[in-house]
Design a protein around this ligand. Structure first.
Ligand code: PAF
Length: 294
């Protein structure tokens, strides 16, 4: 049975009563849970004795013209998923509880949050970092899991945790995809049937660039241009960016070298903004990993 903690006071009381030796894993969400979230919950279960999930549609990370008011909030279905995944507790605070009147302190990561989605959505990562630090302070988890689909969000949170000495281990969960390659996202339900039919092209563009890289093309600009050319096969997809970046700093690179690269794409399909990414791992590192696994 998933215990519902409706405010900070209830969460603090629950947290304070946990036995000291129990390891706690945390999955922060905005609800509209899908198989990607469930896979994070399963990894959380493997990592710890107890699992807590938060559902909080964080107004601070939405821009003025974004989808805050229409963001899906299917609470009954979410509760059923939490129960089925054996989640111990759900933190379900209100906006007023999370942001007291006059709140004026924010977390600004000032490097990895700037390019890509940071440039397209000013203030977004400030909102994410602020709410995630608040959640960490409240939940005090030993481990927290975030989905690799939001690779830049993962990078911002990892930086924040490192730079501000937050005592939590961050783990990334692999992207979960539909059979046709579309990365799972709570926003996929907005796609019209026609847009949904073309959405897998985003992942196909990533795979095409990966294939070009494996065939010997290492020039970042050429690889990105190839990705954009793949997306241009659809008239419905309007790209926001298609970039080949350093996998950690997300800085611009001229060539894909020994550190590999993050292929990152954002595109608009109708009224829906989709993001996806793929890590290019150099063959030497990939085969060393395989050897280590043996
Ligand atoms: O990835 C999300 O759902 C949100 O950005 C997060 C991490 C829950 C913060 O609101």
């Amino acid at each position: 049975m998933t215990l519902i903690l409706k405010d900070k006071a209830a969460l603090r009381a629950w947290r304070a009563a946990l036995p000291a030796g129990q390891k706690l894993a945390f999955v922060a969400t905005m609800g509209a849970l899908h198989a990607g979230h469930v896979s994070l919950m399963e990894q959380a279960r493997q990592a710890a004795d107890l699992v807590i999930v938060s559902i909080f549609v964080n107004p601070l990370q939405f821009g003025p013209n974004e989808d805050l008011s229409r963001y899906p909030r299917p609470l009954e279905a979410d509760l059923a998923r939490l129960e089925a995944a054996g989640v111990d507790a759900l933190f379900l605070p209100s906006v007023a509880d999370m942001y007291p009147e006059g709140a004026s302190t924010f977390v600004d990561e000032s490097m990895v949050s700037l390019p890509l989605c940071g440039a397209e959505r000013p203030g977004h990562f400030r909102g994410v970092a602020t709410v995630v630090l608040k959640l960490f302070n409240l939940v005090q988890p030993h481990v927290a899991l975030f989905g690799q689909k939001d690779a830049q969000q993962c990078a911002v949170i990892e930086r924040m945790v490192r730079d501000l000495d937050v005592p939590v281990e961050i783990r990334r969960g692999a992207i979960v995809r539909e059979a046709d390659g579309l990365a799972l996202s709570s926003r996929n339900i907005y796609l019209s049937p026609a847009d949904r039919a073309e959405a897998p092209l985003i992942y196909q563009s990533l795979r095409a660039v990966e294939a070009a890289y494996r065939a010997g093309e290492h020039d970042a600009e050429k690889l990105a241009a190839l990705g954009l050319a793949e997306l241009a096969k659809s008239e419905r997809i309007v790209p926001q960016y298609w970039e080949v970046r350093d996998p950690e700093s997300l800085g611009v690179i001229a060539k894909v070298g020994s550190r590999g690269a993050l292929l990152a794409v954002a595109a608009q399909l109708g009224t829906t903004r989709l993001i996806d990414n793929l890590l290019l791992v150099p063959a030497i590192a990939a085969s060393a990993d395989r050897l280590a696994d043996c």
